[in-house]
Design a protein around this ligand. Structure first.
Ligand code: TRP
Length: 450
């Protein structure tokens, strides 16, 4: 395919791509979701399945997704459209772009609500709401927040406005700038917290919970959740990483770059687990507490730490920024599409898309209070959206990407673009992408759904 140009600009260097992709990958998925789903699914064995999914499926699909983006150099919808034409493939493959856009809308709609919780907690921590906290009092504070639709709506609104503000400013002035400040700080604070959790008496129990493999606790649903989470945490399957790949400089090796991003993402998830579970166990909290886990354990830990108010406030600021650097990658693909195809300015595109997502988010807000009784297959609207996107749409998107790159595209075009470095690595990647990843995803999806 002839070399394409991005009208949205390029990352200034390979490192900025790594930072941006890591910013997208590291988010609420690592700090909030990974610990609580690990808690709900019994710990170690779940972690092992998750790690296997990252290596065998996540990394190969991520390489494929970045490759598509860099070849097409447009929004995922237009990239898929252009590539199907260029490769003489069936036009239906273009559906990958559209399904991704829908998944992106749905994910951002609930992601923003949860990110709003972290904004709320910045002010609670700073205002000293957790001084002398007990396990009961942190539970009550969290419950009170969830039962107030107005509070949730206010924070959801603020988070969406900031997200849109960044996306509206574009790749270099918006995305790149915000990401390069926050990511290093987040890592630093997590390490400080790890130091604290190592000093608690629950550290051994927490470590064991994460790394001892008791397969009897594994159910069919845990496997699908682990697979879904591998996609969610690496931002795969809906085009976010494809959009970021479209802005990647031509020279960089996609294979090496992706390995770095996946390594950092996994490391940060494991550190988050090592921070949270020791605190859970040393305070007699429930590992299976669900979505509130992070918001109950950390305030409790901070309330016992010297300088806890300061560290706690800082921590929730950083959670919010981690969420923000992910949220912008959920918005970017569709905004880029509206700029390319609807002739809109970035500001107008970001605003309109933001408004639609903001409205969708109200459904998630109500599912924690007024609508909490309405359930579909035993799941609230929030649980349903989370399950449908992370555990069905993303794996399906990833499966289609693997098959498209592995089977439908011209081999030579793909090989030239990925620049894998070593021929052996390339062969392994291609084999896993063509055979292992699609079959594994298909088996898990079919089994999980019936
Ligand atoms: N990976 C992010 C997290 O772990 C969330 C995210 C950002 C995402 N972009 C995505 C998830 C695209 C799926 C698809 O918090």
């Amino acid at each position: 395919m002839a070399e394409q140009k991005s009208i949205h600009g390029l990352w200034r260097s390979r490192w900025l791509f790594i930072l941006a992709a890591t910013g997208s990958a590291v988010g609420l998925g690592n700090i909030w979701k990974f610990p609580y789903i690990t808690g709900e699914n019994g710990g170690g064995a779940f972690v092992l399945v998750y790690l296997a999914c990252i290596c065998l499926i996540g990394i190969p699909v991520m390489i494929a997704e970045v490759t598509l983006g860099r070849l097409g150099r447009q929004s995922p919808i237009n990239t898929m459209h252009a590539l199907t034409k260029d490769q003489n493939a069936n036009r239906l493959w273009g559906g990958i772009g559209w399904m991704g856009a829908v998944a992106g809308f749905l994910i951002l709609s609930f992601y923003s609500v949860i990110a709003g919780w972290s904004l709320a907690y910045i002010f609670r921590m700073a205002g000293g709401a957790f001084d002398g906290a007990t396990a009961e009092s942190v539970g009550a504070t969290f419950g009170n927040m969830l039962s107030s639709p107005e509070t949730l709506l206010a924070w959801h609104t603020i988070f969406m406005v900031i997200t849109i503000g960044i996306v509206a400013r574009g790749v270099n002035k918006g995305l790149e700038r915000s990401i390069s400040i926050m990511m290093p700080l987040l890592f630093l604070i997590l390490v400080v917290l790890l130091g604290y959790s190592m000093s608690t008496d629950g550290f051994g129990a927490g470590f064991e919970f994460l790394f001892s493999f008791d397969f009897s606790k594994l159910t069919g649903e845990s496997i699908i959740v682990a697979l879904g989470h591998a996609f969610f945490t690496l931002s795969l399957g809906m085009g976010a990483i494809m959009a970021y790949g479209a802005y990647m400089p031509k020279k960089s090796s996609i294979g090496k770059t992706v390995l770095t991003v996946a390594f950092l993402d996994t490391l940060i998830a494991l550190i988050a687990g090592l921070v949270i579970f020791p605190i859970v166990f040393s305070n007699g909290l429930e590992a299976g507490a669900g979505p509130g886990l992070l918001f109950q354990t950390l305030p409790l830990a901070f309330s016992h730490m010297p300088g806890g108010t300061l560290f706690g406030t800082l921590f929730f600021i950083l959670v919010a920024f981690a969420a923000l650097s992910s949220a912008i990658s959920l918005g970017e693909p569709v905004v880029a599409w509206a700029v390319e195809s609807k002739g809109m300015s970035r500001v107008a595109a970001a605003t309109w898309i933001g408004i639609v997502i903001w409205i969708l988010g109200i459904g998630t807000i109500l599912s924690f209070n007024l609508w909490s009784e309405y359930k579909l297959f035993g799941k609230t609207l929030f649980d349903t959206l989370d399950f449908l996107t992370a555990n069905i749409m993303l794996p399906l998107g990833g499966l289609l990407i693997a098959v498209f790159v592995g089977w439908a595209m011209n081999k030579a075009d793909v090989k030239e673009e990925v620049k894998m470095g070593s021929p052996l690595m390339y062969t392994i990647w291609r084999f896993v992408l063509m055979f292992i990843a699609p079959v594994a995803v298909a088996i898990v999806l079919v089994n999980g759904l019936i």
